[in-house]
Design a protein around this ligand. Sequence first.
Ligand SMILES: [Zn+2]
Length: 72
Amino acid sequence: MSSYETPVCETLHTVGMADDNAWYYCLKHHKAEQGKACWYGDRMGPYPDQATAEKALEIAKARNKAADDEDD
Ligand SMILES: [Zn+2]
């Protein structure tokens, strides 16, 4: 039930405010990058720090795996 109450628009506002300092995982260079280094379409994020950005792919895999487990 708790996830239902999370407003999507709040996430978008946070992204806009923190964009310059936020960390992203760059799919083009396969590394964590801070700020608007690369085209947004090549990046995952934003994330609060470099360590989290570097784990972006792991986090995405874990989410996909969780979704697959639910389907089973
Ligand atoms: Zn890059």
